[in-house]
Design a protein around this ligand. Structure first.
Ligand code: DGL
Length: 264
């Protein structure tokens, strides 16, 4: 099957990186809307327009499903896109339910973009779970900019996170939800700033489980065990196919970073 992964930028690579491990035999398209990233600090109507344009383009690629590997785009546009397109569209939302199921006895800090944090979708999810009393929401938009310019580890990243984490007494917290796919690139710095009792929770496995259920796919490990295994991925930046060696190399830096972050 041919499965598209869509994000405002390179955050969605973290979901695709995980997908390749589970579904090595499938064909993938990765679409990053690099002309318009970031989405999370823009008006919702504008994000809707960008997602609509991206979907129109993706539909020309003969795909079987789209994973919206972007919590922000899901919050704004997934309901609307499902009205227009008749193929499986798998959305992504901050994995608050997973955090509650695994660690619901203590407080949970949910990090995401401003759009996601202020959107109706996340608030109705928290109400549905009946957990408003233990869930805090924190927008971390600067991490998106740091990730886009490949500034993964720096004093500026650490200072920004230290400042944003200041109001929270982390001994009361069980977990931190990474509710933006760009945030996966910063797990090492977060790990240094957070006490050990705080676990990371992201939406990758839940999203991919849903993808596999919808497409009736199961994991094949045969390809991955072959050392010459090369995943089948075509990359697009806002409708432009990536063939330039320098740009491919830039993508590889992200993938290597994700290999390291996957172990944390
Ligand atoms: N990666 C995106 C998410 O999961 C959004 C980042 C942005 O464009 O602001 O929400």
């Amino acid at each position: 099957m041919k499965i598209a992964f869509f994000d405002s930028g390179i955050g969605g690579l973290s979901v695709l990186h995980h997908a390749v491990k589970l579904l090595p035999s499938e064909e993938f398209i990765f679409f990053a809307d690099e002309d318009h990233v970031p989405y999370g600090t823009k008006p919702r109507e504008l994000v809707m327009k960008y997602v609509d344009e991206a979907f129109k383009f993706l539909m020309t690629l003969n795909i079987d499903a789209i994973v919206v590997a972007c919590n922000t785009a899901t919050s704004v546009a997934v309901r609307e896109m499902r009205k227009h397109y008749n193929l499986p569209i798998i959305g992504m939302e901050p994995a608050i339910k997973r955090a509650v199921d695994l660690y619901g006895d203590k407080r949970i800090l949910v990090t995401a973009t401003p759009i996601t944090v202020n959107g109706e979708k996340i608030h109705s999810l928290i109400d549905r779970l009946g957990k408003r009393d233990i869930v805090d929401l924190l927008a971390l938009p600067k991490l998106v900019d740091f990730a886009e310019r490949q500034e993964f580890v720096s004093d500026a990243v650490a200072d920004y996170l230290r400042e944003e984490f200041k109001p929270y007494d982390f001994k009361d917290y069980s977990s931190i939800v990474l509710g933006c796919t760009h945030f996966n690139y910063f797990k090492d710095t977060m790990r240094l700033l957070l006490p050990e009792n705080v676990a990371f929770v992201d939406g990758n496995s839940g999203t991919l489980k849903e993808l596999m259920r919808r497409l009736n796919l199961s994991t094949s490990i045969s390809d991955l065990s072959n050392s010459k295994f090369i995943p089948k991925i075509d990359y697009y930046f806002s409708g432009r196919k990536i063939i330039d060696a320098a740009e491919i190399e830039r993508l590889k830096i992200y993938l290597r970073r994700l290999d390291d972050m996957y172990l944390i």
